[in-house]
Design a protein around this ligand. Structure first.
Ligand SMILES: Nc1ncnc2c1ncn2[C@@H]1O[C@H](COP(=O)(O)OP(=O)(O)OP(=O)(O)O)[C@@H](O)[C@H]1O
Ligand SMILES: [Mg+2]
Length: 399
């Protein structure tokens, strides 16, 4: 077993960075000069308009830890895993398994288990042989192969299927075999790329629980790539959120949910999504207000008193469960309810704060509201976030 580390990893597809770099340095530097690799690469990137699929990515997954990599389509998740597996070369930076740099190691020497979205099982082989395939390739003794497959099969609940061919298996069963095949190698690091994305809702749920159970049993360092935030939040010890090849935030699911570092993470994590609105700031030192386009005022939590000033414009972020109906908020604007939805345990209320711009709140309030009812709002002090209007970075208040 071992941890996994990315150290300032870049991946550029297409023209290799080395080619561009060589062309550029030969053209611009004398034969004897020693190029400054970092600044030259940066300059080359801007001149040639190079985009990186993975851009200065650093992350440490401790031994036995389960890390979820999450982000929108095309943000570099699969590329990151493929570099760990040795299926893509690393343009710049280092990947370490334990304390060994693996950049130049052959994939088969990296001690990695892989289960990607497409099951890629061998159709002519039965389940047993599919699971045993890599062990046979490594020429393990027959007795050891038998022992290992019989150990992993009940763990993955495929022991009844060992004599079946893949064609007769359901999607969920195929994926179990796929994961069993990765685990049977007893890898240092297990890489799972969207392993559940082909499955229907119920099967996803079941297999998700299985993956969690197996991880608690065998404690293999695991990286799971997904664009399903629930999957990442429920399975992983820590989640990494990527955007455009760059790491945005890395932390426990709760930390990322409660303390998003920027607007992107704030909007990406959480269902229903966080309310994010461009607002103005009005008021004196003692009492400040968020002002919305429709002239609505809602109190700024006092922790931000020193962080914002009258006339500022910021992005306000508050989750629907942290918007409160408060009869006694003196000074707050009274607003009519635009939409009221009764979902049983919880009620969803929307307020129109600007043209076609709504703020949503979720309440367990027993009161029977209806469209048009006047209410006053406040925000839960500790759970109100503000972000810089242009950079989107979080603005911190007093803790
Ligand atoms: N072989 C390739 N050649 C050129 N560009 C590629 C190649 N593979 C990926 N890319 C580009 O690299 C970027 C990252 O792709 P990647 O597959 O890592 O994204 P992803 O986060 O896994 O997305 P998805 O959620 O859709 O699977 C994308 O812009 C993609 O178009
Ligand atoms: Mg992918």
């Amino acid at each position: 077993m071992a941890g996994l580390t990315f150290k300032n990893v870049f991946k550029q597809y297409g023209k290799s960075a080395a080619q561009v770099f060589d062309a550029d340095t030969t053209a611009n530097l004398g034969a004897d000069s020693k190029p400054d690799v970092d600044s030259t690469l940066r300059r080359v990137a801007s001149v040639h308009n190079i985009t990186y699929a993975v851009n200065d990515f650093s992350l440490n997954c401790a031994d036995g830890e389960f890390v979820g990599i999450l982000g929108p389509s095309g943000c570099g998740k699969t590329t990151s895993l493929r570099m760990v597996a040795g299926l893509e070369d690393v343009t710049k930076g280092q990947i370490l398994i334990g304390d060994r740099v693996v950049n130049d190691l052959h994939p088969k020497d990296r001690d990695i288990g892989l289960a990607f979205e497409d099951y890629a099982l061998y159709p002519p082989l039965n389940v047993f042989e599919n699971i045993a395939f890599n062990l046979r390739a490594k020429q393990l003794p027959e007795a050891e192969i038998q022992k290992r497959v019989k150990e992993i099969a009940p763990l993955m609940k495929v022991e009844e299927l060992l004599s079946h061919k893949p064609a007769g298996l359901s999607g969920g069963q195929k994926q179990r075999v796929n994961i069993a095949r990765a685990l049977v190698r007893r890898p240092s690091v297990l890489l799972l790329d969207e392993p559940l994305s082909h499955l229907d809702g119920k099967m996803r749920q079941i297999l998700r629980t299985e993956i969690k159970r197996i991880h608690t049993q065998i404690k293999c360092t695991t990286i799971l790539v997904t664009h399903d935030q629930l999957e990442a939040m429920s399975l992983a010890d820590k989640i990494a959120i990527m955007r455009d090849g760059r790491l945005q935030q890395f932390g426990t699911p709760l930390d990322v949910y409660d303390n998003p570092v920027n607007v992107f993470v704030a909007g990406f994590i959480g269902e229903p999504p966080m309310n994010l609105h461009k607002v103005g700031i009005a008021g004196s030192d003692k009492e400040k207000w968020f002002t919305f386009p429709k002239g609505i005022k809602i109190r700024v939590p006092s922790k931000y008193n020193d962080a914002v000033r009258e006339g500022d414009e910021v992005i306000l972020g508050v989750r629907p469960t942290d918007v409160l109906i408060t009869p006694d908020e003196s000074g707050a604007t009274t607003v009519p309810i635009a939409v009221f939805e009764n979902l049983g345990d919880e009620k969803r209320i929307s307020i129109e704060v600007g043209p076609e711009e709504y703020l949503t709140l979720i309440t367990e309030d027993e009161k029977r509201y209806k469209k048009g009812d006047p209410i006053k709002l406040s925000f839960r002090e500790t759970k109100t976030h503000i972000f810089h209007r242009t950079t989107g970075d979080r603005i911190r208040g007093k803790e």
